[in-house]
Design a protein around this ligand. Structure first.
Ligand SMILES: [Zn+2]
Length: 317
């Protein structure tokens, strides 16, 4: 099955559903070349979210078409795949997921698909979630440590080499070059946040998505809820965050781009801390937004945290 050289226009819902139903039947003649970019012969790699897409594109270079199942700004944990997603996945040659229980929908999504799937966090040392019903489960946000993403890049290079052995050397070289960039942002993160005064070294966020970053930067982590599966912050969670901010005289708190800011606005109002900006974790921004790439995401979050926490709180020396 080859696509034509122009994009398929948006279809009415019923037709989309019908196409999805017939998508599996088309897989047999699928395989390399059915890229949504139109008629290219490159194998198609799908990632579950935009952060992985960008990392994978750096490793793939020009040899693979890399697309994300979820779009910029999407909620990734509890995403509900559409019939169009299933149709696209039927054309993929390889599907990359984060693993560590990030994508609650993934196992069901790949049932019945021919494409191989690879978990890119394999080999990363997980940090366990400390709180609530999730205690003891791995925190899925391992990419918030660029050091871990070096492992992601190696896993991707190996998966791409297996998919497309002809270009194996290119994938390994691309991964090596990207790992140099990853080391650079890792150093920026640790040296940047090391400038924070001792009494300002606490990161308070909405979701507990920063365990890997706070470990790398030597910050204390506090969050309202542990994982995005929560529909709503409980009053106890909000009270606990307010008490933490007050007790530690934390000057600034933060919330992530893909979740509701209302609970953190409540924490800020009640504690007197400043709601000091949006952090990006589970999604990149659109291309013209503040974090079009993963390296931008780490730099943006480092700068936002530094600017917020370097501010003078009432209790600061
Ligand atoms: Zn998350």
């Amino acid at each position: 099955m080859r696509t034509t050289s122009f994009r398929i226009p948006r279809r009415p819902r019923l037709l989309t559903a019908m196409l999805a139903a017939s998508a599996l039947a088309l897989t047999a003649c699928g395989g390399a070349g059915a890229g949504a970019d139109g008629g290219s012969d490159r194998p198609v790699v799908l990632t579950t979210f935009t952060v992985l897409q960008d990392i994978a594109q750096n490793v793939a270079g020009e040899h693979l078409t890399v697309e994300s199942i979820t779009k910029a700004g999407a909620e990734i944990h509890g995403y509900e795949p559409t019939p169009g997603d299933i149709k696209n996945a039927a054309k993929a040659d390889l599907i990359l997921d984060n693993g560590l229980n990030l994508e609650a929908w993934f196992a069901k999504f790949v049932q019945g698909l021919d494409a191989k799937h690879v978990e890119v966090s394999a080999g990363v040392e997980p940090i366990d979630i400390a709180a609530d019903a999730y205690a003891g489960k791995p925190n899925p946000h391992a990419w918030m440590s660029p050091a871990n993403v070096q492992k992601y890049a190696d896993n991707m290079a190996n998966a791409f080499a297996e998919l497309d052995p002809q270009n194996a050397d290119a994938y390994r070289a691309n991964a090596a070059a990207y790992k140099t960039e990853l080391q650079k942002v890792q150093d920026e993160l640790t040296t940047g946040l090391a400038k924070l005064p001792r009494n300002h070294r606490a990161l308070v966020t909405c979701e507990g998505a920063f365990s890997y970053l706070t470990r790398d930067a030597g910050l204390t982590e506090k969050y309202i809820w542990p994982v995005n599966a929560e529909q709503q912050a409980t009053p106890q969670q909000i009270t606990s965050a307010i008490e933490f901010v007050r007790a530690n005289r934390v000057p600034a708190v933060f919330c992530e781009s893909t979740v509701s800011h209302a609970p953190m606005e409540q924490v800020a109002a009640a504690s007197g801390a400043e709601l000091a900006g949006v952090l990006y974790v589970d999604s990149l921004s659109e291309a013209d937004g503040p974090v079009p790439t993963y390296l931008d995401l780490i730099r943006h979050d480092t700068e936002t945290i530094l600017a917020g926490l370097a501010g003078n709180s009432p209790g600061a020396k």
